[in-house]
Design a protein around this ligand. Structure first.
Ligand SMILES: Nc1ncnc2c1ncn2[C@@H]1O[C@H](COP(=O)(O)OP(=O)(O)O)[C@@H](O)[C@H]1O
Ligand SMILES: [Mg+2]
Length: 282
């Protein structure tokens, strides 16, 4: 069996995936998406014919190469629907709401003035997020009207995607959130991520500290429901604790997992590899 890893930058995660696949006796082919020239008239290139693990860090590269593989009849994890929805917080929120998954109150608007009004409607304290992005980048906690106005003015100078305003109520949670890893039908691991000193965001890429979190029935059910809402596959479901309940604020599709493997000892890359290979056989 051959497994293709479609990548751009090779992170520690991709190295772990290659190792996990080789240790299971699979022949691993590394394909750098930056070197591809694809012709929609052609058959799927030989290298992309087996199961493909999509690991491009660049979202646009990830999405478009996934589309190519899927339209040409290949098998790729994650698939196009999941990548499209989970790669966009606007679409994710719509999908979570439709599936009845609890998620923080969010307002969308399409102009600076509309966004200011949404900010007021959320009680004058809100989290502004780019609809596409990760690692907490450009995720801003707006706590005064003047700060909100300044940040929104900055957004007006940016690429039009940043003028799709996604404003969410600030959830009064403990100084941590929960990341649950879904692989197909299973929640294989979960971690707490604690805010680093001087930041309100918990992303480990910003210094958030990872700690093992027991996968309770509640976490399992919610993570599976959230994963299903965006199309399922290999996903990192982010949730926050509020008043004894959990709310989902994000679903990630090409997740990093080095810290989760370190603190939980769970073989997440092994599970991902097995899921891709089994899926291609079905
Ligand atoms: N509504 C919210 N209330 C409180 N904290 C939040 C909220 N939304 C996000 N955060 C914090 O900000 C971090 C980054 O937000 P997230 O939506 O996950 O975007 P990213 O894709 O950049 O990780 C989260 O991990 C969480 O710690
Ligand atoms: Mg996140």
């Amino acid at each position: 069996m051959r497994l293709t890893l479609l990548h751009d930058i090779v992170r520690f995660e991709e190295k772990l995936l290659v190792k996990a696949a080789r240790s299971r006796g699979y022949d691993v082919k590394l394909v750098d998406a930056r070197n591809l020239i694809l012709d929609p008239e052609d058959d799927l290139p030989e290298d992309l014919k087996g199961p493909v693990l999509q690991r491009c860090v660049s979202y646009y590269r990830n999405l478009h190469t996934t589309a190519y593989v899927e339209f040409k009849g290949g098998f790729i994890v994650n698939d196009l629907k999941t990548t499209l929805i989970s790669g966009n917080k606007f679409l994710t929120t719509l999908a979570l709401r439709s599936a009845g998954v609890p998620t923080p109150r969010t307002l969308f608007s399409f102009s600076k003035d509309g966004a200011l009004e949404a900010f007021r409607a959320l009680g004058g304290r809100a989290v502004l997020k780019p609809v596409m992005g990760s690692w907490g980048r450009l995720v801003a906690l707006l706590e005064t009207a003047s700060a909100a106005k300044s940040v929104l003015e900055d957004r007006e100078e940016m690429y039009p995607l940043y003028q799709i305003y996604y404003l969410q109520e600030y959830v009064d949670r403990p100084p941590r959130d929960i990341r649950a890893f879904v692989v197909g039908e299973d929640v294989v691991a979960a971690i707490y991520r604690y805010q680093p000193p001087g930041d309100w965001r918990t992303n480990t890429s910003r210094g958030g500290r990872a700690e093992s979190c027991p996968v309770t029935k509640e976490i399992e059910d919610l993570a599976m429901k959230a994963a299903g809402a965006v199309g399922g596959g290999v996903l990192g479901v982010d949730m926050m604790e509020v008043d004894g309940d959990l709310v989902v604020h994000e679903v990630n599709h090409t997740t990093e997992f080095r810290n989760s493997v370190r603190v939980t000892g769970i073989d997440i890359p092994g599970r991902i590899v097995e899921y891709a290979v089994d899926g291609s056989r079905r």
